[in-house]
Design a protein around this ligand. Structure first.
Ligand SMILES: [Fe+2]
Length: 395
């Protein structure tokens, strides 16, 4: 007896391979001699295999083509009428490429073996007569090989399937994320646009209100804008957040809106004010808050303006608040207001000049005026306003 194996001659390709593990192994034996077929039936009788036989190549091919499940092993005699073993395997390998193919020969003819390897892709051959135990051993080994290949194939298919699932999931997620991102982007753009429009409207409202005051008191024309400029510079110097600086800008621009309720003759009076007139002027803080209460600013503009004449030591009005009771925005506008008012001409007095204004806030620094605000102004003044203030006015 002789047995030869050829490594790598058995293909692991084919979709039927993974199905093999789920079934009892099937073995097809092809030989034109009944004695051989009977011998295989006997040898494999005690094993848990399904053994099918065919007496020639055509019958065997027909069995392969009509098989309900894949064959694990195909054993064929070489010398048969009509179709020899190599010719049979050449076609059989295309039907069940994963089956282990074993050739039976009467003698080891080199040409036949080479043909069997190249054309039929057989993995081993036996020469007759064979030793039964050894034949059974090699059949079992082949079955193990088929099972390993099938398991390998199953795992590869599983990985491919999982990869495909993952790719699909990834693609779906990307699509969803992309859509959500795009929706969010559109919403954000709409919000931005809407915010920009409301800011434009707000700016318009602020400018209009500011103009109304100026119209009634031409002597203070430009005062609101100047106070806003100085106050914002101080706020930046103090490194306040952008939102707070915006609130200061709006509040400073409107800080004297309450003077709309003060008679023009009092606002433009050239002589000294009486106590009553002074009290009337003091109402402008509350009037401003009452006017602005109906406008929904994103910042507490009304409250800031309400406090812009309050002083750190409680000497201010209308409530006589002290220290931290006064919001920082109001403390800043208060200092900016004093600077510009003193530096500018008023109907009841000439411009006192910037030096006098600075002297005033320095003298009362930490008393009436917030020390940090005064320090910030002095830095800003030194850096930015020096040239302009040398003309004795911010205007
Ligand atoms: Fe004021």
């Amino acid at each position: 007896m002789s047995l030869k194996y050829f490594t790598g001659s058995c293909s692991s390709e084919g979709s039927e391979l993974s199905k093999i593990l789920k079934h009892k192994h099937s073995i097809l034996v092809v030989d034109d001699e009944d004695a051989i077929l009977n011998a295989f039936n006997r040898i494999l009788a005690d094993e848990d295999y399904e053994v099918h036989t065919a007496s020639n190549g055509l019958e065997a091919l027909n069995k392969l083509k009509t098989a309900q499940k894949p064959y694990s092993i195909i054993i064929s005699d070489q010398r048969m009428p009509q179709m020899n073993g190599v010719q049979f395997f050449t076609q059989a390998k295309n039907i069940f490429p994963d089956a282990v193919r074993i050739l039976l020969t009467d003698y080891a003819d080199t040409g036949t073996v080479i043909d069997a390897i190249n054309k039929g892709e057989v993995s081993c051959y036996f020469t007759k007569p064979w030793h039964e135990e050894e034949l059974l051993f090699h059949i079992k080994q082949s079955i193990s090989k088929v099972e390993v290949l099938a398991e390998n194939k199953r795992l590869i298919e599983l990985i491919q399937h999982k990869n495909a699932e993952f790719l699909e999931l990834n693609r779906t997620l990307e699509e969803r994320t992309g859509k959500k991102t795009s929706d969010l982007f559109v919403q954000a753009e709409k919000l931005k646009d809407s915010y920009k429009k409301s800011q434009i409207i707000l700016e318009g409202v602020v400018k209009t209100l500011s103009k109304i005051v100026e119209t009634r008191d031409p002597y203070t024309s430009g005062h609101e804008v100047q106070v806003a400029k100085i106050a914002c510079e101080i706020a930046k110097e103090m490194e306040l957040p952008e939102e707070q600086i915006t609130a200061i800008n709006i509040a400073a621009t409107l800080h004297d809106i309450g003077k709309i309720s003060v008679p023009t003759e009092i606002l433009t009076k050239s002589g000294l004010l009486t106590d009553l007139e002074r009290e009337i002027i003091k109402t402008h803080c509350k009037v401003a808050r009452d006017i602005l209460v109906n406008i929904e600013f994103p910042y507490p503009v009304g409250e800031i303006i309400f406090q812009h004449h309050e002083r750190m030591d409680g000497s201010g009005y209308p409530r006589g608040l002290t220290g931290d009771e006064i919001v920082i925005e109001a403390r800043i506008i208060g200092v900016a207001d004093v600077i510009d008012a003193m530096a500018s001409y008023r109907p009841y007095r000439p411009a006192l000049g910037v030096d006098a204004a600075i002297e005033e806030i320095v003298r009362f620094k930490g008393i009436a005026y917030d020390a940090a605000v005064v320090d910030a102004f002095l830095k800003v003044h030194k850096r930015n306003f020096k040239d302009r203030l040398s003309q004795a006015s911010y205007h």
